[in-house]
Design a protein around this ligand. Structure first.
Ligand SMILES: [Zn+2]
Length: 323
């Protein structure tokens, strides 16, 4: 039973917006673009698992995607968590292409692709750390313990896998074998450790305690507001800034007119700067001079809540704007 659906992670939305609104000459743009493709690839890897997970016995397993919990000292993120009354599996998903070697001697994963080699941290160490942290979280939350198992899923169907002095070969799977690996683990257990009721309570607690990473994206790259391009983008040709002429946003390049192009800019604002905005900040970002127009736009926009009075009025943007 799917308890927590796989969604496009917030960081992907933020990085997409950031890469579109960073000034062309920024030296940090390549870094942002490379991170964006890394996070997108991770998401696509997990997406490719979804179909295979539907073959798990519906009433026995609870499936949760992208869980982020706090163990009392630090946050930890689990790609896929499969829990039953008998045991739980923490799956670490890697979507790497090319020839992949698991090197047990130096605890690294080596990707050979297009004549180049690149090293990554050993996913076994990652999954072992997640097991330790999840166990600590269960204890801290006074929840019943179930045996925990780690699996490394290499989601790229075209990657070629080999290993060298690697003790955990049996924990590495490709998506089509994930379900049979979980079935094999199941054979170790005759008796459940928790009841169905306790399982429901456990997954409910995970959903309650799940905390998405909301750290400001600009801080991640040491960027300032001045590094970001202001203005309303044309929905037709992506030129900016559109000019407000009478009741319309008008594109200086293709002459397209829109009454709602500022909504997309406001969504960008939300992703880049956070959920609160003042009239002054709106005017600066949409590049308009009129205080009255700013007020009218703020008051007519859905997903905004007003608080405060006069000069201290602040509008809070709801996350619904991102849907
Ligand atoms: Zn245009």
């Amino acid at each position: 039973m799917k308890i927590k659906e796989l969604e496009i992670p917030a960081i992907v939305h933020k990085l997409q917006t950031l890469s579109e609104r960073m000034k062309e000459h920024s030296t940090k743009l390549p870094h942002v673009k490379s991170d964006l493709s890394k996070f997108l690839s991770g998401y696509n890897g997990e997406k490719s698992l979804e179909f295979h997970l539907t073959f798990l016995q519906e009433d026995l397993y609870h499936i949760l995607h992208d869980v982020r919990l706090y163990d009392g000292e630090r946050f930890f993120q689990i790609d896929v968590l499969v829990i039953s009354p008998f045991f739980a599996v923490i799956a670490e998903v890697k979507n790497l292409s090319g020839h992949i070697t698991f090197d047990g001697k130096f605890n690294q994963l080596i990707q050979s692709k297009n004549g180049q080699e690149r090293a990554f941290p050993d996913p076994l160490l990652q999954v072992q750390r997640q097991i330790t942290q999840f166990r600590a979280w269960l204890k801290k939350s006074s929840l019943p313990q179930v045996p925990l198992h780690g699996i490394i899923v290499m989601s790229n169907p075209y990657s070629v896998l080999t290993s060298s002095e690697y003790e955990a070969d049996n924990l590495i799977v490709k998506p089509p074998s994930l379900v049979s690996s979980i079935d094999t683990i199941k054979k170790q257990y005759d008796q459940p450790f928790i009841t169905q009721k306790e399982l429901k309570k456990l997954t409910k607690q995970i959903l309650i305690k799940h905390e998405p990473d909301q750290s400001p994206i600009l801080d991640r790259y040491g960027l300032e507001r001045t590094d970001i391009i202001s203005g309303v983008f044309c929905p037709e040709c992506n030129s900016f800034p559109m000019k407000r002429v009478y009741k319309y946003w008008t594109c200086p390049k293709c002459s397209c007119r829109s009454t709602s192009a500022h909504l997309s800019a406001l969504k960008d604002y939300y992703l880049l700067f956070g959920k609160t905005i003042t009239s002054k900040q709106l005017r600066e970002f949409l590049m308009i001079d009129s205080y009255q127009l700013a007020t009218r736009l703020l008051q007519s926009t859905p997903h905004l809540t007003k608080s405060g009075h006069y000069k201290s009025t602040i509008y809070t943007i709801s996350e619904q704007i991102n849907l």
